[in-house]
Design a protein. Structure first.
Length: 381
């Protein structure tokens, strides 16, 4: 009876879904930038790159690092007294006044939306004690998150040193890290922000310089940049369906269109594939393991249509701890699942042991498994 049910459900799903499978295209694209990259946010997979590891000047996209350090300082609701030095910063400005007190949160909005160099210096002095002290924090964070071809000397990106540089890849790594922070997500996606202005009868109103927020419906944030030496630089993010992407271009005269082109090719050429569903896994017949192993989260990875059949999984288990059965420790990691794409490890997920037997799957889970086994994909909407 169970075999017949499987065949019936399988036939229904195939007859309904197959005619509606979207056409997929090669995600190749050409951009004007000297360096460029398109990265999927969840996995960090590179979907497109052009000279992505060459060190270049980066201009105001530097401020992504300044913003995330300010947010992580935990002082966003505290007031900052603006120094004379901050108000003398060259280039773009929100016109802070010496001695005025402004919330760190408002400084970060001015930094990200209007690219205020005065806000960058004010943030650096408050969070790092000085511009030089803040640069140390910037470089420490860069190494911590894997930006190995990056060096910061200031919080704003002005061309005051040859030692201030990064790469398209490293800036994507930074944006991927920053976008894990909810506060950063909110600020980066804000189109207009009103900041109190205690010395005047009117509030400051800042419109985001990131034109992609209004030009491209799937854009979720980003940061612009420009100096005479760096030329135009741009980091943006976009989400369509269950896929979120990061695009970076350095020295690009047509960056808005290039970002849209990269996004469109990425969304059309790749789908988020659920390689392993969360829940019970049955990989060991040993009675100690049987009905006790599970994954807390599904393993999802971006793949082209041609790559769908190239996934494989290997399970590696440790010996069970003597603590099993301890009511104070109902579950713990006993191994990992390694996901391979065309023979190369692309993802890993911890395997958990639960002292109580894992709940058996119902009919809905059964149908879902059949669907995923056939198509292995969630489309991008």
């Amino acid at each position: 009876m169970r075999v017949i049910l499987k065949l019936v459900v399988f036939a229904i799903i195939v007859s309904i879904i197959i005619p509606n499978i979207p056409h997929r295209v090669n995600a190749s694209v050409s951009v004007s930038a000297q360096s460029a990259i398109l990265m999927e946010q969840k996995s960090g997979r590179i979907l497109y790159e052009k000279d992505a590891n060459t060190k270049r000047r980066i201009a105001s996209i530097t401020k992504i690092m300044t913003a995330i350090l300010a947010i992580e300082s935990g002082k966003m609701n505290q007031y900052v007294k603006v120094s004379e030095q901050a108000t003398r910063a060259e280039g773009s400005s929100v016109y802070l006044k010496p001695g005025e007190k402004i919330k760190l949160k408002d400084l970060v909005y001015g930094l990200m939306l209007r690219s205020g160099n005065d806000t960058a210096v004010a943030i650096a002095e408050y969070v790092g004690g000085s511009v030089d002290g803040f640069a140390i924090l910037m470089n420490q964070k860069a190494r911590e998150i894997g930006m190995y071809n990056t060096h910061f000397t200031n919080p704003h990106g002005l061309d005051d040193s040859k030692d201030h540089y990064s790469t398209a890849y490293d800036m994507a790594v930074l944006m991927r890290y920053a976008m894990q922070n909810k506060t950063f997500q909110t600020i980066s996606s804000t189109k207009v922000y009103r900041s109190p202005n205690p010395t005047e009868a009117w509030d400051r109103v800042w419109k985001n310089k990131n034109r992609l927020l209004t030009k491209y419906q799937y854009c979720t944030g980003g940061k612009t940049g420009y100096t005479k030496l760096a030329k135009r630089t741009l980091v943006t993010t976009a989400t369509k369906g269950d896929m979120s992407l990061i695009a970076v271009t350095l020295n690009d005269s047509d960056d808005w269109n290039d970002h849209i082109s990269m996004y469109e090719n990425g969304f059309k050429g790749f789908d988020m594939t659920e390689v392993l569903p969360k829940g019970e896994i049955d990989i060991e017949k040993n009675s100690d393991y049987k009905d006790h192993l599970f994954l807390k989260d599904s393993v999802v990875y971006p793949a082209t249509n041609e790559e769908m059949s190239l996934f494989s999984v290997k399970y590696k288990l440790n010996k069970l701890s003597n603590s099993r059965g301890n009511p104070k420790k109902m579950e713990y990691i006993v191994g990992k699942a390694e996901v391979y794409l065309n023979g190369r490890v692309v993802e890993e997920a911890p395997i958990y042991y639960q002292t109580d037997p894992v709940k058996k799957k119902g009919l809905f889970d059964f149908v879902k498994e059949i669907f995923l086994s056939v198509f292995g994909v969630r489309t991008n909407g």
